[in-house]
Design a protein. Structure first.
Length: 318
């Protein structure tokens, strides 16, 4: 199988996704060719490569030029909707152009099928298990509680609640000083790092915290493009990264299968109760983290992606 991968063009974490996808294919017997710009030299190279399928991650942009050309060339298009359901309004616009739709949100599957699309599959963004792995905790990075991510409103509310607990709390992400009340940011037990950190650093912090907090972006966030109001029930990619580190995490989603071992909270009172319980029961944290790992690695790694695509191709063309 020859796979043409069209890089997303997004910055930040997507530059790592592009690289990790390529590394995953290098571990397989599948031939892989990746491109970025829609240019004449690129087109000639693609034709010489003779792809069996094309794959691209899409978020809030419509790659019209690529979609039209791939259709003209009769190259099957696999669209990986990696921002579902938050930009589902965009996803549903381009989904009809796809021979197969891959979505990271299980709740979006029925919505695509209701559009008449037959080949729709749940494919979460995998984890790079060579980077996100169990490592010795670093004393200088240790805190009881850790949250890495953008300060969405629900995360800000969670941090306000967590700051009241008798535990140290580290928050990492761009924009936190702007969104967090100064009174909380100045508390002795609260450490704020107002910056985006690379995955290799995130892995070190995951390994050095007692409890990693993982509240998800809300499907009702004001800047979403989700007119259908599709609620997210699937774990985000950060969940898999944390699990691969065998670090204990608390999430606000009650995960759908196959991730049944992940511990969730419902509301701030339950959150506080669970923090107290797991902070005083390190054995429970270790046991749960081990189960999270078993549900994540190796099934949801980049090394498995070629086999996942091959299985989808066999269903699509059967």
């Amino acid at each position: 199988m020859n796979v043409l991968y069209i890089r997303s063009g997004y910055k930040g974490i997507y530059t790592y996704f592009d690289r990790w996808i390529e590394e995953g294919f290098l571990q397989s017997s599948v031939r892989f060719f990746s491109v970025s710009e829609f240019e004449e030299d690129t087109i000639r190279s693609i034709r010489a490569f003779k792809p069996d399928i094309s794959l691209m991650m899409t978020g809030d942009r419509i790659p019209s030029e690529w979609l039209q050309w791939l259709k003209t060339e009769q190259i099957p298009v696999y669209l990986w909707m990696t921002e579902d359901p938050f930009y589902f309004d965009v996803s549903m616009t381009i989904a009809p152009f796809a021979d197969a739709v891959l979505t990271i949100e299980q709740n979006a599957l029925d919505a695509y099928r209701q559009m008449g699309l037959q080949h729709v599959y749940y494919v979460p963004i995998p984890v790079n298990q060579r980077l996100f792995k169990k490592q010795p905790a670093e004393a200088s990075l240790h805190t009881n509680l850790l949250l890495i991510g953008y300060p969405y409103p629900n995360r800000v509310e969670l941090v306000k609640a967590a700051a009241k607990l008798p535990y140290t709390l580290r928050i990492i992400g761009k924009g936190w000083r702007r969104h967090l009340p100064k009174k909380i940011a100045r508390q002795q037990n609260v450490l704020v790092m107002d910056e985006w950190i690379a995955p290799v650093r995130a892995a070190l912090y995951y390994n050095s915290a007692d409890v990693v907090l993982n509240p998800h972006r809300s499907y009702r966030f004001a800047l979403n493009q989700n007119g259908h109001g599709i609620e997210n029930i699937s774990l985000n990619t950060r969940s898999l990264d944390i699990a691969a580190c065998q670090a204990f995490q608390l999430t606000d989603l009650s995960p759908a299968p196959p991730f049944s071992s992940f511990v969730s909270y419902s509301g701030l009172a339950d959150f506080a109760d669970k923090i107290h319980f797991y902070m005083t029961n390190p054995g429970e944290r270790k046991q749960t983290a081990a189960l999270n790992y078993q549900e994540t690695v190796p099934a949801y790694t980049y090394d498995q992606l070629p086999a996942v695509l091959a299985a989808i191709r066999s269903k699509t063309f059967s």
